[in-house]
Every structure is written in structure tokens, then in C-alpha cells.
Design a protein around this ligand. Structure first.
Ligand code: SDX
Length: 374
């Protein structure tokens, strides 16, 4: 491969952004200038969603208005509920999310309007409705009645309520809220760059977010949190962990939940998420996954110098919260819609069609022979 090709755009800076800054050198991440871990300590997810979309933290009046708008848009059309009811029960929830956002695009009265104001309104509608669509599928595939969203619950509480029919204790909701803050935004990751690429042809926000969801599903990206749980289930008990991970490394397997394109000595979000994983494990009185977590992490760092990424602690945490494993990445979606939307609006504001070049290595130029001569 010729030397000037950077496969996977490795290390290539393709544009500027004001949304977030990933700083591997100091192992830090800021959203609009605020450190993610500080936001986890001081804010609820709704405040961070507002920050990412509106460029600053809300005051109490702005937050109240934002929360009311989000709650007012949680409900789905009858049509979308019907479509979800007719989706194959074995569908992957990531495909349900992708399809639901597409249908929202068909129904949205502002689909052909990509002005900043219309995009902000559409972003909020997608943000408010996607959890409802996912929770509806969660219930339907278990043969249970759909639970409609409640307006007197926060974003995090309402998702638990629509999936399980009840809101767990405060500490569990806080841990979930923290995971949503940590998942919300991460600069030019592959799903965000997918959204920006789709936007660069001036296509609409529903299409850009549909593409981003498809990208996030991949196990090298958001799908890793689901794969982490499959790995932990295969290991089953802490006493199996050492043998399992050494075997995996011997077989040169890719260990899910580890490694990162940008962070090379640890994902800045992991310490915070690991802390809340521990809190949830304590509340649920189940330390099995924590013990497996620590053994595998130690070997990966020691033998490969490869560190966990945010998907490593979120997987077992969502499991302990009671979510089905294939719902872990959809939780990533309901959070990342905020980051994707901010980048879509930023791309519109200073757009340039994204169209890279390729180095051709196929057949030399040749004549076309008539069919009866081939
Ligand atoms: C997310 O970009 C973002 O910001 C994404 C994200 C976000 O918030 O949007 O942070 C969320 O997607 C986190 C990543 C989740 N993915 C996984 O956990 C899947 C497992 N990770 C790997 O596939 C890998 O680490 C990537 C894809 C995440 C990053 O890989 P790179 O930068 O393309 O590097 P690479 O695959 O070329 O790996 C470099 C070396 C290779 O060894 P050699 O061939 O040079 O000998 O490190 C090895 C790899 O084999 N390696 C791993 C490994 N990750 C890297 N070996 C085993 N297990 C791993 N997990």
C-alpha cells in the first residue's frame, strides 16, 4: 500500500469541532469545555444533553423548558407503535432503533427543512422518541403490554419505567444517568463521522442518525458493550478468567471492551464508569462480574499494554440493572443522539462535501469485446 494512504483515516485531522475535545495525553474528555467526569458529579443527563446541543449548561429556567419539550415529545404516533408491533420478534434492537428513526423521518413535518431551528426541533423529537420506541419493542418481544412514557419521570427514570414498569432506587438511576453522560459525545468516532458524511451532501438529520445507528451497531464500536457481556458469560466464574484471557491472547483474539483508536493508555471515561459499576454490583450483591473484570483487565494491561474502553464497564453494569444484553448498545444510542445531533448541526453550519480519494490498483485500461467474442 502506498505510503501516503492512511487506512481508516488513522491520525488524520479532517475538520474542526467545538462539541468536545478528546485529550489522550492527559487522559481527559471535555464537552463544550466541561470535563465529563465533573459533569457526571454535578449534573443530570438532561443538563448535559442541553449543553451538547445548545453549547452551554442550562440555568434552571432553560432546563425546565428543555425537559418539558423532551417530555412532550416522548409519545409515538399510533402508526409507529403498529410498525414496531409488526417487526420480527427476533430483530436486533439496534435494527429496531434504526428503523424507528427512519419512520420518524417519514412522519416528521419538517423533514425537508434543514434550517438550524428546524434541525434543533427534529433532534429533540428523535431524542425524546427513540427511548419510547426501544422500550416498546423491549416489552412486545417479551409478550408484554407496551408501557407508555410518563411525563413526571426524568429521561433515565422513564426508560426504566417503560421497560420494567417501575423505577429502581436512586443510586441505580444515578449510575444509569452517569453512563448516559459518558456515552453522549466523543468527537469524530466512526458513527459521528458517518452522520457528518451523510450530512455533508445536505441530506436530512433522520437519515444521518439512521446511518449513525447502523455504524454504532458494529462490534468494533458501540456493539462492543454487548460483546463484553457475551465474553463474561463465556468466562462464567472468576476462577476461569485467567485461563480464558490467556487462551484468547494465545489465539490472537480481539478482546471486546479493550483498546481505542485515540486513547492509548486508558479511556478517560473508564474510572468514573468503573466506580459506578462497583456501586451497582454492591447494591445487587453480585461481585462475580467485577472479579472477572479485574482479572481480565490486569492481564490485558500487563501482557498487551491495552486498556479498557468505556464499553468494558458499561456492559456488566447494564446486565446487573436487568437489561437484556442486546439492549446495551441501544442505550448507547439514546445517549449519543445528542452528540450526533450537535455534529450534524455543526456540519451544516460550515459544510464541505466529504469526498476522499482512492489509490487505484485494479485492471489496466482494456478494450470491451462484443458478447459473441467473450
Ligand atoms: C468505542 O472512536 C471512539 O471514540 C469510539 C468510542 C466512542 O465513544 O464513540 O470511544 C466508543 O467504539 C470504543 C471501542 C469499542 N470497541 C471495542 O472494544 C472492540 C475491541 N477493540 C479493538 O477492535 C480496537 O482496539 C479498536 C477497533 C477499538 C481500535 O483499534 P485500532 O485503533 O484500529 O487499532 P488496531 O485494531 O490496529 O490495533 C492495534 C494493535 C493490533 O495489534 P497488531 O496487529 O499491531 O499486533 O493492538 C491490537 C491489535 O491486534 N489490539 C487488540 C485490541 N485492540 C487493539 N488486541 C486484542 N484485543 C483488543 N481489544
Amino acid at each position: 500500500m502506498s505510503e501516503d494512504i492512511k487506512k481508516g483515516l488513522l491520525g488524520i485531522v479532517v475538520d474542526e469541532t467545538e462539541v468536545s475535545k478528546v485529550m489522550p495525553e492527559i487522559n481527559s474528555l471535555t464537552y463544550r469545555g466541561y470535563a465529563a467526569q465533573d459533569l457526571c458529579a454535578a449534573c443530570r443527563f438532561e443538563e448535559v444533553a442541553y449543553l451538547i446541543l445548545n453549547k452551554d449548561l442550562p440555568n434552571s429556567i432553560q432546563l425546565k423548558k428543555f425537559e418539558k419539550e423532551e417530555k412532550d415529545h416522548r409519545e409515538l404516533s399510533k402508526n409507529l407503535y403498529e410498525i414496531i408491533k409488526h417487526m420480527p420478534k427476533k430483530s436486533h434492537p439496534m435494527d429496531v432503533a434504526r428503523t424507528a428513526v427512519s419512520v420518524m423521518g417519514l412522519e416528521d413535518k419538517e423533514t425537508s427543512n434543514s434550517s438550524p431551528e428546524a434541525n434543533m426541533r427534529k433532534a429533540l423529537r428523535i431524542f425524546a422518541k427513540t427511548p419510547t420506541a426501544l422500550a416498546a419493542f423491549y416489552r412486545i418481544r417479551k409478550g408484554k403490554k407496551i408501557i407508555k412514557p410518563k411525563k413526571d419521570l426524568t429521561f433515565a427514570e422513564n426508560f426504566f419505567y417503560m421497560c420494567f414498569g417501575k423505577v429502581p432506587q436512586r443510586e441505580i438511576v444515578k449510575a444509569f444517568d452517569v453512563s448516559l453522560i459518558l456515552y453522549a459525545e466523543h468527537s469524530f468516532n466512526v458513527s459521528t463521522f458517518t452522520a457528518r458524511t451523510i450530512t455533508s451532501s445536505l441530506s436530512d438529520i433522520h437519515g444521518a442518525i439512521t446511518g449513525a445507528i447502523a455504524s454504532l451497531k458494529g462490534p468494533l464500536h458501540g456493539g462492543a458493550n454487548e460483546e463484553v457481556m457475551h465474553m463474561m458469560r463465556k468466562i462464567k466464574k472468576p476462577e476461569n478468567a485467567l485461563k480464558w484471557i490467556n487462551n484468547a491472547l494465545k489465539n490472537k483474539e480481539v478482546v471486546m471492551g479493550f483498546g481505542h483508536r485515540v486513547y492509548k493508555s486508558g479511556d478517560s471515561r473508564v474510572p468514573t464508569m468503573r466506580e459506578y459499576f462497583g456501586k451497582v454490583a454492591k447494591i445487587k450483591k453480585d461481585r462475580t462480574f467485577e472479579k472477572i473484570y479485574d482479572i481480565v483487565e490486569k492481564v490485558m494491561i500487563k501482557k498487551k499494554n491495552i486498556y479498557p474502553n468505556v464499553d468494558y464497564p458499561t456492559g456488566p453494569t447494564y446486565h446487573l440493572m436487568g437489561f437484556d444484553t442486546d439492549f446495551f448498545t441501544p442505550i448507547f444510542v439514546i445517549s449519543r443522539i445528542t452528540g450526533w445531533s450537535a455534529h450534524i448541526m455543526e456540519q451544516h453550519a460550515a459544510n464541505k462535501l466529504i469526498r476522499p480519494l482512492a489509490s487505484y490498483k485494479g485492471n489496466k485500461h482494456r478494450k470491451v469485446m462484443q458478447l459473441n467474442q467473450r
